[in-house]
Design a protein. Structure first.
Length: 309
C-alpha cells in the first residue's frame, strides 16, 4: 500500500535521540500510512546502528557526511508518500501529532505545507526559534549588529518571530524551521528540493521557503500538532568557531542568492559584526570563537571574492 506520508529524518551522530524519535512514532493512532526514511550522514557514534533492525524504518547509509540538504534530497527522491515531513532526530512525538498536522494542512486547499508547534520538555513553544519571517536586508543588519535581547524584544523585531500572533490558532507562516517541516511531495520536487550549496546545514530551509514564497505557495502553522524538540544538538557537535563560520557563511550565501546588491555590502560587514560581538563577549572562549570565525570569513572573501571557498 502506498503511504500517505513519508517521514524523512537526517541523522548525524545524534546518539540515542534517533532511536527515541522512531520509537515515539508508535504513539501515532494510524502508523500504517507512514513511511519512515532515515538518512545517516556517515555517523560514527553508532546512532544509526541502534535502529538498523527496526522493521518500521528504512535506513539509507551515506558513505560521507554530505550535509542536511543533500541527505534530505536523497530520501525525497525515493519517497513514495504524497507528503514529506522533514524532522530532526531530536524530536519526540506526542500522541497523534502527525495526524493533527496533516489534517491542519490538507484541509486548506491553498496550502502546500506547514509545521506543527515545537515545544520544550516543559511544553513551552520555542517562539524565538521555530517561526520567522523571511529575512530582509533590514533584518540581516539587525541580526548581525544588534544585541540578542534587543533583537528579540524590539517591537519591529518581535514581528520577525511572529510574537504578535496568537499561537493558539493556525496562521500562515513564511519560514518554519526544517526541524519540523511538512511539504507536498510534488511541490518539493518541482522546486528541485533543498539547495545543496547550503552545506553542511543552516539556511537551506530559509532558501526553500523563499522559493515557495516567490511562487505564492502557502505554509501554515498548526498549533495543536505538538512536537517535543530538544534543539541545539547539531551546533553542539561543532566547535563554536566552526558553527559561526558555517552559519554566517551560509547567511552570506543566502543574501547573495536572493538580495545580490545588498550582499556586496553584507559580505564585508559580517566579519566586522563578528569582531564587534567579540569585543563585548562575556567569556574569553566566546571572544576567541568569534574572532576565529571573523578571520575565516575574511580569508574567504579575500581569496575568492565570496563567502565560501
Amino acid at each position: 500500500m502506498k503511504p500517505r506520508l513519508s517521514i524523512i529524518i537526517v541523522n548525524w551522530n545524534s546518539g540515542p535521540r534517533l532511536r527515541a524519535n522512531v520509537e515515539s512514532l508508535r504513539r501515532e493512532n494510524d502508523p500504517t500510512g507512514l513511511e519512515v526514511m532515515i538518512v545517516d550522514n556517515a555517523s560514527t557514534d553508532g546512532s544509526a546502528d541502534m535502529i538498523a533492525g527496526d522493521a518500521t524504518a528504512c535506513l539509507i547509509r551515506l558513505l560521507s557526511n554530505r550535509g542536511f540538504a543533500a541527505a534530505a534530497n536523497t530520501a525525497a527522491r525515493e519517497a513514495r508518500g504524497n507528503w514529506l515531513l522533514f524532522l530532526n532526530p531530536d524530536i519526540i512525538h506526542t500522541p497523534n501529532n502527525i495526524g493533527r498536522l496533516l489534517a491542519g494542512v490538507t484541509g486548506r486547499t491553498e496550502a502546500v505545507g506547514g509545521c506543527g508547534c515545537l515545544v520544550d520538555t516543559e511544553g513551552r513553544p520555542q517562539r524565538h526559534f521555530q517561526l520567522r519571517q523571511l529575512p530582509s536586508p533590514a533584518w540581516a543588519l539587525a541580526e548581525l549588529l544588534l544585541p540578542q535581547q534587543v533583537r528579540i524584544n524590539g517591537w519591529g523585531l518581535r514581528r520577525h518571530f511572529y510574537a504578535h500572533y496568537p499561537w493558539d490558532r493556525p496562521f500562515r507562516v513564511q519560514q518554519p524551521a526544517a526541524a519540523c517541516l511538512l511539504l507536498r511531495t510534488d511541490a518539493f520536487r518541482e522546486l528541485g528540493g533543498f539547495d545543496e550549496a547550503f552545506s553542511p546545514a543552516w539556511f537551506e530551509d530559509v532558501d526553500l521557503c523563499r522559493r515557495l514564497r516567490d511562487r505564492r505557495l502557502d505554509l501554515w502553522f498548526v498549533p495543536d500538532a505538538r512536537f517535543i524538540h530538544e534543539g541545539g544538538y547539531s551546533a553542539s557537535a561543532l566547535s563554536p568557531a566552526e558553527f559561526l563560520s558555517i552559519y554566517w557563511g551560509n547567511a552570506c550565501r543566502y543574501y547573495t542568492k536572493h538580495h545580490p546588491a545588498f550582499a556586496v555590502l553584507y559580505r564585508r560587514l559580517v566579519p566586522v559584526g563578528l569582531y564587534m560581538r567579540a569585543a563585548v563577549a562575556a567569556s574569553a572562549d566566546r571572544r576567541q570563537a568569534l574572532c576565529e570565525a571573523g578571520r575565516r570569513l575574511m580569508d574567504r572573501i579575500r581569496t575568492t571574492g565570496t563567502d565560501r571557498s
